[in-house]
Write a protein that binds this ligand. Structure first.
Ligand SMILES: Nc1nc(=O)c2c([nH]1)NC[C@@H]1CN(c3ccc(C(=O)N[C@@H](CCC(=O)O)C(=O)O)cc3)C=[N+]21
Length: 284
């Protein structure tokens, strides 16, 4: 078998076109959705992602702002900035780009962002709402993966979803979202014994470990859907994921590439969340 490739770039464009219509409607009512991204330090990968968020929000006609702070910024100064953005009625979404320098307590600053402006869905209130299947903000990467499955007509209900990786930003919310959609969910991680035993049972295999090329055809049930959340820059400058794409495509039914899979969806869902935030402001 050779897997069908799920085209994340194309699906992201479809999501973005829908958001574009909603932005137009909002603007007709005098509201321009506003996204502010805070970038601390000068990590080149973070700069690339932030630039992409800025470009896309501008293309959609949103008010887009990137605030760059030196790596030496104190936690107190960062909190002051977040408080200012919380008060600013022209800002609908505040995104604090991760990772942060070690001297800043990530949980502490993420909790300072108003839940109503937390378009990343990382605030404990939004985490709790996801767990209760209530409306809040859903983290962009797992939300984007659900869209990839829906747009590809890959069913979730009753399927066995196996998540590899248990981070707060991908693995954990991914499992919760799939559970809300009636999948049977298994979480695996770095201490899981006999990983293949679990991954081989997956109808939907979501890989978010940060370990390059760790999943091969030996981990995959024939015909399974494989979603690769990893992104690594190789020494030759090329990007690849947590899945050995060539090997995995021999047995998978559907597979996401890197680049052009999950990454563009993360950006698209950020746009949707920012638009949603502005719509909620209007209806209040
Ligand atoms: N508060 C916060 N929210 C985030 O959503 C967040 C974050 N911090 N920190 C870093 C990760 C990573 N991330 C990506 C977004 C887009 C691509 C993306 O567009 N990737 C392209 C390729 C990009 C390239 O060429 O480098 C692709 O996969 O096709 C990748 C990674 C968001 N993150």
């Amino acid at each position: 078998m050779t897997a069908k490739i799920i085209d994340g770039k194309q699906i992201a464009e479809q999501v973005i076109s829908k958001v574009e219509e909603r932005v137009k409607l909002l603007k007709g009512q005098g509201i321009t959705p506003g996204l502010t991204v805070i970038l601390v330090g000068d990590d080149p990968a973070s700069q690339t992602y932030v630039a992409s968020k800025e470009r896309t929000s501008q293309r959609l006609g949103m008010k887009s702002e990137v605030i760059i702070k030196p790596v030496t910024i104190s936690e107190k100064e960062l909190l002051t900035l977040i408080h200012q953005l919380n008060e600013d009625t022209t800002v609908d979404g505040v995104l604090l780009q991760l990772p942060l320098p070690k001297h800043i307590d990530e949980n502490n600053v993420l909790q300072a962002i108003l839940p109503e402006k937390d378009v990343d869905g990382f605030h404990p209130v939004n985490v709790g709402k996801l767990m209760l299947n209530q409306e809040g903000f859903v983290p962009c990467t797992p939300y984007g993966i659900i869209q990839l499955l829906d747009y590809s007509s890959i069913s979730i209900e009753g399927k066995h979803a196996v998540i590899v990786g248990r981070s707060n930003i991908v693995g954990k919310p991914m499992g919760q979202l799939l559970l809300n959609r009636h999948a049977t969910v298994t979480y695996t991680h770095s201490r899981t014994q006999n990983l293949e035993k679990f991954t081989k049972q997956a109808d939907l295999l979501i890989v978010a470990t940060g370990q390059p090329q760790m999943i091969t055809k030996n981990h995959i049930k024939p015909g399974a859907t494989v979603i690769d959340v990893g992104i690594h820059r190789n020494s030759d400058g090329r990007l690849s994921g947590d899945v050995d794409f060539a090997s995995a495509s021999e047995v998978a039914g559907f597979i996401t590439p890197v680049p052009g899979g999950v990454g563009p969806m993360t950006i698209a869902m950020l746009m949707e969340n920012t638009c949603l935030s502005a719509e909620r402001k209007l209806s209040k």
